[in-house]
Design a protein around this ligand. Sequence first.
Ligand code: ZN
Ligand code: ZN
Length: 392
Amino acid sequence: KVYTETVTYPLWERRSEHAAIVGPFPQPLAVIALGYSAGTPKGGLTAEVVKFDSLDALKKADPASVKGKIVFVNAKMARHRDGHDYGIGSAVRTGGPVLASKMGAAAFLLRSAGTDEHSRTPHTGVTGFRDPKEAIPAAALSLPDADQLDRVLGYGKPVSIKLDLDCGITGTYTGANVIGEITGKKYPDQIVPIGGHLDSWDPGTGAIDDGAGVAIAMAAGKMILSLPQRPDRTIRVIAFANEEMGLFGGRAYADKHASEVSKHQLGTESDFGARKIWRMTASVKPSARGAIEQIAKVIEPVGVAYDPQHPGGGGSDLSQMHAKGMAALTLTQDGTDYFDYHHTANDTLDKIDPRELAQNVAVYAAFSYMAAQADGDFGSAPDAFKNDGARD
Ligand code: ZN
Ligand code: ZN
């Protein structure tokens, strides 16, 4: 059964973006506008740059030192298997522009939330602007450009940048969560939701974010559909709309299905590329740990270690159902190089290794089928996992 559920959201458009240091050493900068950024006045704006090494440093700054200037936050991210430094980069990208706007800055620049130190490919992504009246021009510099700006600032002379962004909100748009499900033969109203998100950032093709996630969940569903018998519970594959601009698909799904939290057995979304899954964590009721251990035994031979100490968050969009009380897994891919490509023009299909993708499909097929066949439930109930600390 395949159907859609509509999702409405603001439509933000990127048209063009340019940046250059105008003094003391004129040179162009590789830049990309961030989601919900305001445009600059036609012809661009030129202002002096003031640099901070972290979001905290900006928070502590005297607003008078920032007023009318271009704030530049140069926070660095390192490569990690679990990608945890994205917490730093995404906090700067979402929180920095809002803070700079409140302090009276003319515009905001950040060192891209990425780890590709030698690529002049800036990383886009959403800001925290939700009210267009609060928005100022906000953009990301590629890592070599951020280093270069830092070097130029190191001379101690005032540095000015010309920023020319043509972008902004043009209206609203109605898209859809696209849902395909295999109806369970024993408990059709009990659901095992898996998925990915349909949208991607515009500079690349969205192969790793999140074509891979949609492909993994769909392929797992297809494998289960090809079995001679139907699973006991319903397997629901959800391709979420507009995750990137603020979890719109995930929020719409959670709002529409809020009264069915208890019927959503155990869910997770794939939204971290397609390298091998190496870890499984779960947020389930204590008496369901045995069932989770059985799943762990089946996926252990393909390289997945079960970590019972940490909660599972359900992935990006399904975190919204988890927040309402759905039991959730997190199946963590190896993200060591994920932030080399994430939200850039380099997010293309050549970054996906078919054998690693196949391991992901195997893990999703095994877990979702076993969850559909499990004897008991996993503890989903309104507010069941309120304080488990899971985040995505
Ligand atoms: Zn994503
Ligand atoms: Zn993304």
